[in-house]
Design a binder for this molecule. Structure first.
Ligand code: PLP
Length: 454
């Protein structure tokens, strides 16, 4: 077959994929008749290929999950080998891959978090963490941040702070929301990180007092809010929340679904901040999403509570061998190849300084923030007023144009509301990261011109 024949075949098969998708597949978070999903036919490392054969640099890591890059041969091989050996096993039995995966997760988890309950993804990890906290404390309510995303299932979407909650919220989920630190759009009129941190902690303290501490089972928060905008909390915020929880016997649940396993240049961001939650949830980067997997890491308070009392919850696929085998392979490769440290250095040496330069050059960039391979750019119409180019939880023709421009220049971006996130795999090379920055420069040229009306 000639190269031209093979390209024609790929395009024909992509056209069929697209037609069948539009006819039969119901997509997440979408008005079904208004979407045009991009067909992805193959992927490798930091790149994906679309149905027309175009190669795109994946600056989205899909949904911020391919931390180890696409098609890592050792992870793919571990799944294939496990499929041949033992493709499935019920959760009540012990299995070598599940035991090893739990050991590796516990070893990297902060402090004395030592037992792992495996789930199918991040939302159900948060569901179970909240259920555990309610049972352990005997209290009904859970507090979480307004600027947050915790998953699409019933409890998790009600814990979510961003507008995706609204249509799912009938006010009966036992969740109360509070404001976290977000200096660029400070709700507290703070002008420094220190002021923002102190004000956000005082606000949370007041919410706890007004809600009645004896009614609150847990405070749940992302180590760094991800989809809601990558607002890295100021130093002292997470430990301040820990202290407030301790004072009132409230459990602290830290959601590291997006931040975990190298994304921030650390295994877990809470550990970097010296904070040990009572429960930690994870998914995504644990195995880069090659097979669905998430989980809850339990501290001693929860472990002891369920030592001689049955936990009233479970899943057919808890600790599925294919998922766990891929997690063991992914974590082993990450340890061996220093991938977490690589992600930290890419952030410090390439993405951080490079995005700061873009912010200087482009008036439509209001703020750049992040660390590791976890960065957000706020796009604004006016740096003075900070008016967003799209509403929170919505889109706009300008954002659609920014995404289309990025794709046409060879980059798959992660866009949310008025923000572009630069979230490549942790394995992204320096050259690829610079290539991404160059393309973003071109995208921002276009955004600047559209904002200026030229
Ligand atoms: N928590 C956080 C912080 C997330 O970013 C996500 C997904 O993006 C979830 C939970 C939900 O995970 P999943 O989609 O695997 O259910």
């Amino acid at each position: 077959m000639t190269i031209a024949d093979s390209a024609r075949e790929t395009t024909t098969s992509a056209a069929r994929t697209y037609a069948l998708d539009r006819r039969h597949v119901f997509h997440s978070w979408s008005a079904q008749a208004e979407i045009a999903p991009m067909v992805i036919t193959r992927a490798e490392g930091s790149y994906v290929w679309d149905g027309e054969g175009n190669r795109l640099l994946d600056f989205s890591s899909q949904l911020v999950n391919t931390n180890i890059g696409h098609q890592h041969p050792e992870v793919v091989e571990a799944i294939a080998a496990q499929a041949h050996r033992l493709a499935t096993v019920a959760p009540q039995h012990a299995n070598d891959q599940r035991s090893e995966a739990a050991r590796l997760v516990a070893e990297h988890a902060p402090g004395d978090l030592d037992q792992v309950f495996f789930t199918n993804g991040g939302a159900d990890a948060n569901e179970h963490a909240v259920r555990m906290a309610r049972l352990v404390t005997g209290r009904p309510k859970v507090l979480s941040r307004y600027h947050s995303y915790h998953g699409g299932t019933e409890q998790a979407i009600n814990l979510t702070g961003d507008p995706r909650r609204w249509a799912n919220d009938d006010g009966r989920a036992g969740t109360v929301h509070f404001l976290g630190p977000y200096l660029y759009r400070s709700a507290f009129r703070a002008t420094t990180e220190e002021e923002e941190c102190a004000a956000a902690l005082a606000h949370l303290e007041q919410v706890i007092e007004l809600e009645g501490p004896q009614t609150i089972a847990a405070v749940l928060l992302e180590a760094i809010p991800g989809t809601a905008g990558i607002m890295v909390p100021p130093p002292g915020y997470l430990s301040g929340v820990r202290e407030l929880c301790d004072r009132h016997g409230i459990m602290l649940i830290v959601d590291e679904v997006m931040t975990g396993f190298g994304r921030t240049g650390a295994w877990f961001h809470s550990a970097t901040e010296g904070v040990v939650p009572d429960l930690l949830t994870f998914a995504k980067g644990v195995n880069s999403g090659y097979v669905p997997l998430g989980g809850v890491v339990l501290g001693p308070r929860t472990g002891e509570y369920f030592a001689h009392r049955p936990y009233p919850g479970g899943l057919t696929y808890s600790g599925h061998p294919l998922a766990c085998a891929s997690a063991v392979a992914a974590m082993t490769v990450m340890e061996r190849d220093g991938i977490v440290d690589h992600a930290r250095r890419i952030g410090e040496d390439v993405l951080g300084p490079g995005l700061a330069r873009l912010a200087e050059r482009h008036p439509s960039v209001g703020e750049v923030r992040g660390l590791g391979v976890f960065w957000a750019m706020e796009l604004v119409r006016d740096r003075g007023t900070r008016e967003q180019v799209a509403p929170t939880g919505g889109s706009s023709p300008l954002m659609a144009e920014a995404v289309a421009t990025a794709k046409s220049l060879g980059l798959l971006p992660f866009a949310n509301s008025h923000r572009l996130h630069a979230v490549p795999p942790c394995t992204v090379s320096e050259t690829e990261a610079r290539e991404g920055l160059e393309i973003l420069d071109g995208v921002l040229d276009r955004v600047d011109r559209t904002v200026a009306g030229v």
